[in-house]
Design a protein. Structure first.
Length: 228
């Protein structure tokens, strides 16, 4: 029997919850702004009810681990831990940027993807990925840079994520063959990646789960804002 898996993704202004398994893929994807934490559990329950499953019927719980908004990452991790502890399930932490690459593959067929998401304060979260033999390989792990410092090690690259329009001029040097600015994190893509992790035994105990924080500074000083 195919595994059933719940995925939580709240690294941006969307609350995105997916349930994947023998029944197919069920998705709830809402623009919630700063209110994602209030919508996670109601959406989880709605999907479980639709699939006629309980938490104990699942094989694992996955979450978009980041990089992304600090509060959103912390919330997704905490909810995943709480649900997993209660149902005695393993957790799968999924690279949020890689989930964008997976979305670019699913929707447009791209296998070489540079993902760049707006990180505010004139910076972007970015990473570079290649799909080989049925799995994504990381060429450049997630990092935080000024747009002009982002570089590609590959030609024929697809540039995914909202930074492709927000920092269009600063990213012109990438010479991307395709740009997908709407290719943002979504829970069904987190779930698809989590299935691969689950098959490979790449799971965590709930207490081991941690968000991927790559920015320690979350605000500019007044002088820094005036200098921008």
């Amino acid at each position: 029997m195919s595994p059933s898996l719940l995925a939580l993704e709240t690294s941006t202004e969307f609350c995105s919850i997916a349930l994947i398994g023998p029944h197919g893929v069920l998705l709830r994807h809402e623009h919630t702004g700063a209110q994602s934490s209030m919508r996670v559990l109601p959406l989880v329950q709605a999907l479980l009810d639709e699939a006629q499953l309980g938490l104990s019927d699942l094989s694992a719980i996955a979450f978009g681990a980041g990089p992304g908004a600090f509060t959103g990452l912390r919330g997704a991790c905490a909810h995943a831990q709480g649900l997993a502890f209660g149902a005695d399930l393993p957790i799968i932490a999924v690279d949020t940027l890689m989930s964008c690459a997976e979305r670019a593959r699913q929707e447009e067929g791209h296998l070489h993807v540079l993902v760049a998401l707006d990180a505010r304060m004139g910076e972007a979260y970015w990473g570079q990925y290649e799909y080989i033999n049925g799995r994504w390989q990381t060429h450049t792990p997630p990092q935080l840079s000024r747009p002009t410092e982002i570089s590609s090690t590959q030609s024929n690259i697809c540039l995914a994520g909202n930074a492709s329009t927000i920092f269009a001029e600063q990213l012109a040097h990438i010479n991307a063959k395709h740009t997908l600015p709407l290719c943002m994190p979504r829970a069904d893509c987190v779930a698809q990646l989590a299935l691969s992790h689950l098959a490979a035994g790449e799971v965590l105990r709930p207490e081991q789960a941690q968000p991927i924080y790559i920015r320690n500074k979350i605000a500019l000083t007044i002088n820094e804002r005036n200098a921008c």
